[in-house]
Design a protein around this ligand. Structure first.
Ligand SMILES: Nc1ncnc2c1ncn2[C@@H]1O[C@H](COP(=O)(O)OP(=O)(O)OP(=O)(O)O)[C@@H](O)[C@H]1O
Length: 647
């Protein structure tokens, strides 16, 4: 019978025989090589000595105990290693050949929105989620996402406040992580076709000017499929994108300028999504119906795909600006959001008081807007826009005079007379010199309509003090339509009351504008720019099959998709004094409520909403308490105190 060594030797190439000799010489060979190894240990130093010792142990064990030729085993491992290398090389060559000649691929970088669409899609694929190599990402639900309330313990709260209150301390633990493919290569099937996904990451050195240099991780997704046409991948990407936006349907995405360190990467990094909230139904904004129609029609015509050509043929810059003015809490922001909802646009909110915002940043922000969107510049009057750099306020002048006096006084004093107050003043002065100057009026005008500024956007500026605005800011071309808001009329108070207490299960109001009431708001239009004529637009509420005006263009108010047919249950703890009130009864109570609101428009819709919210299931109680509340509110406003006696 042949022994193990003989079989191996027969299978291995000849050169191994020279080194190994016959099995009989094993012992001599082992002793010889052990001797060499031992003498090598001190020469190689402490770093390699454990390795050598381990090898010697293996050598002795294999040789003397197992009766195997150690050199033979080492050679065998060497051959396996070389074969593996060769196989890999061969595989890579064949794969590269097939990939180059028989496959198509598309690469996406994480700088692009497409990357997010694709990752979200992959995370939603059950096959992908069951892959063996995954990356887990933490997720948390936004305030508006539906959540399972089955585990929420609640019990009636007694009149003296005893009971079990809701507790959300472990809500984060309930949101499951999201799993996406890990770095590396994955394969998956979609619509009967095989796709390969290669996710890789590399660190690149980015120079941002000055000390702003840093290593940044950049990720790539390479999607490949068999065939010489990349069409299937394009379809897959389109599918992922549609899937992503299907989830966003009937939501308004709100974006704000990203932090300064992110903005330096430019492009989509300039803006950060801060919220994704359900669309605000247009009918929930209580406003003069004519005003609503006018803004809706104007915006609808401006956003029409035929409009850019119309503007271009006439050499008019493709921009539309709106000024919403009126007292605080009268619905300026609410209308902006409702408009974004009607037209399915994202809202980009900019605060000019943001301390890190420079004029260059503002231009970059305007230039990185998408083709169609709403840009909201809130409280434009409080932005402190300076017309001329040398315009100094009375305060500055007073300070200047004080400084002159100080200097005169100091001349008569010796250096030793310096006080702490002098030092503080000096420091303040130096600090002031380094302080950021803020955004000037010309900087803002440049961003809004400078030569390089973005076209296609809808700009909405809101203000409480229109009279304090610079004429240049609101001239036609920058502001094309002014919409005035005012405190609540009695009709508006009634509408707010009905909205608050109508059951969600009641039939939805078919027309978003019907039921809106007149108030003393004004509309001033600045200039024409109406390509399709102003009488051909229909505003359609998706809950409705009726239309409000004649014409051919339809606006789908997606907002109504949110009118739930289910009556909302707030849980125990709130007494419902409305019972099964009929719409007629509610209307009657609402009428009586409205009579108690002073007709002189002293109370804002926001104040009425706040009052009703505190009694959100008690319309009868609200009616009983409104008189006292109004009286206290009027008194408080007259005395200019901020503290409410009755809430
Ligand atoms: N006309 C209105 N119709 C319905 N709700 C309104 C109206 N006006 C105000 N509200 C309610 O009052 C709150 C504040 O409204 P909003 O922020 O739109 O007011 P604003 O005019 O933009 O105020 P500010 O000038 O202080 O920014 C919101 O919750 C909104 O629902």
């Amino acid at each position: 019978m042949m022994d193990f060594n003989t079989i191996f030797r027969g299978a291995l190439p000849n050169f191994t025989a020279n080194g190994t000799g016959a099995a009989a010489t094993n012992a001599t060979g082992n002793t010889f090589s052990s001797g060499i190894m031992e003498s090598l240990v001190p020469l190689l130093g402490s770093q390699f000595s454990p390795l050598l010792k381990a090898y010697m142990l293996f050598h002795n064990m294999a040789g003397s105990h197992l009766g195997l030729d150690p050199a033979l085993i080492v050679t065998l491992f060497g051959i396996i290693w070389a074969a593996n290398k060769l196989w890999r090389q061969l595989f890579m060559t064949v794969y590269t050949f097939v990939h180059t000649h028989f496959m198509s691929s598309i690469t996406i970088t994480n700088n692009d929105e497409m990357y997010i669409h694709m990752m979200r899609w992959l995370a939603s694929q059950p096959r992908m989620v069951n892959s063996r190599s995954l990356t887990a990402e933490s997720t948390s639900k936004s305030a508006w996402e539906e959540e399972d309330d089955s585990g929420i313990i609640s019990a009636p709260i007694s009149a003296d406040g005893d009971g079990i209150y809701l507790n959300f301390s472990n809500q984060e633990a309930k949101s499951p992580p999201r799993f996406v493919p890990a770095l590396g290569t994955h394969g998956f099937w979609h619509n009967g076709r095989y796709f390969r996904l290669h996710r890789k990451q590399e660190s690149i050195f980015e120079e941002g000017g000055g000390s702003m240099t840093a290593f940044k991780d950049k990720e790539y997704l390479m999607l490949s499929c068999f065939g010489r046409s990349p069409e299937p991948i394009k379809h897959l990407l389109q599918h992922a994108k549609e899937q992503y936006y299907t989830d966003h349907h009937a939501h308004t995405i709100v974006k704000r300028p990203a932090p300064q360190n992110m903005r330096r990467y430019g492009g989509r990094h300039n803006w950060l999504q801060v919220s994704n909230r359900p669309v605000r139904p247009m009918k929930t904004v209580v406003l003069d119906g004519k005003q609503k129609i006018q803004v809706l029609v104007d915006m609808n015509e401006y956003l029409h795909p035929a409009t850019p050509r119309w503007y271009a043929n006439r050499g008019i810059p493709l921009r539309r600006g709106y000024l919403f003015y009126g007292p605080p809490g009268t619905g300026k922001t609410s209308l902006s959001f409702a408009l974004a909802g009607v037209f399915g646009l994202d809202i980009y909110v900019i605060s000019l008081q943001e301390p890190t915002l420079t004029e260059e940043d503002l231009s970059a922000l305007f230039n990185s807007l998408p083709r169609r969107c709403v840009v909201l510049l809130e409280d434009i009057d409080s932005a402190g826009l300076a017309r001329a750099p040398d315009a100094s306020t009375d305060e500055d002048k007073a300070e200047e005079t004080n400084e002159k006096d100080d200097r005169k006084r100091k001349k008569t004093e010796t250096k030793e007379d310096w006080k702490v107050s002098d030092l503080a003043r000096e420091l303040k002065k130096q600090g002031g010199e380094n302080e950021k100057k803020g955004i000037s009026l010309s900087g803002l005008l440049n961003a809004i309509d400078g030569v390089a500024s973005h076209e296609g956007r809808v700009l909405i500026m809101t203000t409480n003090k229109p009279e304090s605005l610079d004429e240049a800011l609101i001239r036609p071309g920058r502001v094309d339509l002014q919409v005035g808001f005012s405190n609540a009329t009695q009709e508006q108070a009634k509408e707010l009351f009905v909205r608050m207490y109508e059951a969600d299960s009641s039939p939805v109001i078919r027309n978003p504008l019907r039921g809106s009431v007149q108030h003393s708001g004004k509309i001033i239009t600045n200039g024409p720019a109406q390509p399709q004529g102003s009488n051909n637009t229909k505003i359609r509420d998706s809950s409705s099959d009726g239309f409000t005006s004649d014409g051919s263009t339809e606006v789908d108010d997606r907002s109504s998709a949110f009118t739930s047919p289910v009556k909302v249950n707030f849980g125990p703890g709130l007494d419902d004094d409305a019972g099964d009130m009929t719409p007629e009864q509610l209307d009657e109570i609402a009428d009586s409520f409205a009579q108690k609101i002073p007709p002189g428009q002293l109370v804002s819709p926001a104040e009425i909403q706040g009052f009703l919210l505190k009694r959100k299931k008690q319309p009868i109680q609200a009616l009983a308490e409104v008189e006292v509340w109004v009286e206290a509110l009027v008194k408080q406003k007259a005395s200019k105190t901020k503290v409410l006696k009755v809430q």
